[in-house]
Write a protein that binds this ligand. Sequence first.
Ligand code: UDX
Ligand code: ADP
Length: 468
Amino acid sequence: MSTPVIQTICCIGAGYVGGPTMAVIADHCPGVQVTVVDLNQARIEAWNDPDLSKLPVYEPGLDAVVGRCRGRNLHFTTAVDAAIAAADMVFLSVNTPTKTRGIGAGEASDLRWIEASARQVAALAQGHTIVVEKSTLPVRTAEVIKTILGAAEGETPTGPKTFSVLSNPEFLAEGTAIGDLENPDRVLIGGEDPAAIEALASLYSQWVVPEKILRTNLWSSELSKLTANAFLAQRISSINSIAALCEATEANVAEVARAIGADSRIGTKFLKAGPGFGGSCFQKDILNLVYLCRHYGLEEVAAYWQGVVSLNAWQSHRISALVVRQLFGTVTGKRIAVLGFAFKADTNDTRESPTITICADLLEEGAQLAIYDPKVSAEQIAADLGQPAVVTMDSGEGQWQVASNPLAAATGADAVVVLTEWAEFGQLDWRALAAVMRQPAWLFDARTVCDAAAARAAGLKVWRVGEG
Ligand code: UDX
Ligand code: ADP
């Protein structure tokens, strides 16, 4: 077995996974030319923007890495075909959202973009090409990719065309992507072709110690990604379920989390109660797992994991309902300041953000929402809420507008609802906010990020998730 030397990489998909991952590979492998391609021209233009604050993905530290490598050995382009033809290794990092119609709607992943990109690779690749699944995929997707690529194998005018398929799921979390990529807990490579596995391992070994590079078969690798996300999401639903019980019993969920987290078998991480998990992965991956289990006739296993998603939705609706209840049972025509729209801090990503559910519930109740988030655009909020912003909020119907800072959001509001744990929300001047709110006024802190004592001292009533 001779390990192929990788000189040219193409990554299909310049999103939250493809962009940062390729930037870090380019940074650590200066001898490898890395080209990230996407059909979305606006996205590619943003990746090429000379102003590094305009990159399409906000991720702390990403601008520095892109600044170092772009134009040297990191390239962003819409010229998909040429980049595939030149590549020794192609990463598939396209979107795989939950299907919205047809068989498996609401649960199964929509594989149309994976199939389309596999077909493109099949048609355009030259010589031997290693194809790497980076997107999170249902178990046995590699079979589909192998079948599509296999049909294109054989003699061509430029020589034989062959493929190897690897699974190399990405475990980075948004907001900490660069740190996660620089110093991963593990790198997972699943495959059948030892030479292809070693070629990919040799890239990572430029900066990852050998003990952290795990090799498995294809199916274990695919399933490990779904399982890791399911276990992480399950911890959040578990702690959120206990938060509700704490509120009913005068226990405090932070204290409970500290007490149980001290047990080394449980551990301290991922025990922060909140408005429910969001992000592009957790719900999608669990629903995928549920669909797979049903497919294999494992109804009880499917129901077990379905419970994690159902509890999550319940938690978000529970918070909007208690806001309405505390505001005398009606929010119609009332101004409510919503602080935070991203699904977590340090990202501009809003996919599956619990804020969307909570805002939609409050708009349905007729609330007038003033929304502030330091990184999310007004266009994105409008797309997520499915209704445009208004200039003046005066109709009594559910309406929203963007506020340029927390004080502007709170002006005239009956409540401030904190839904993302941006660090700046821990520094708010509650005396100043209380002074511009309509009394009696509330702080609903779904992330326990605010200074509750200061808010109470300023005269606000305070609710915090998980505090009885
Ligand atoms: C997740 C996985 O962590 C990552 O390994 C995988 O590759 C992609 O999915 P991500 O969705 O970016 O990453 O963020 P993560 O930090 O896992 O948070 C997910 C959601 O859980 C967020 O809405 C976050 O606010 C919430 N969360 C997380 C909590 O409510 N409490 C916690 O203790 C941790
Ligand atoms: P992720 O969070 O997994 O990175 P994103 O939705 O942010 O997902 O990014 C996936 C990207 O893949 C999108 O920018 C989309 O335009 C791109 N994409 C999907 N299919 C193709 C394709 N066949 N060729 C090139 N780019 C594609």
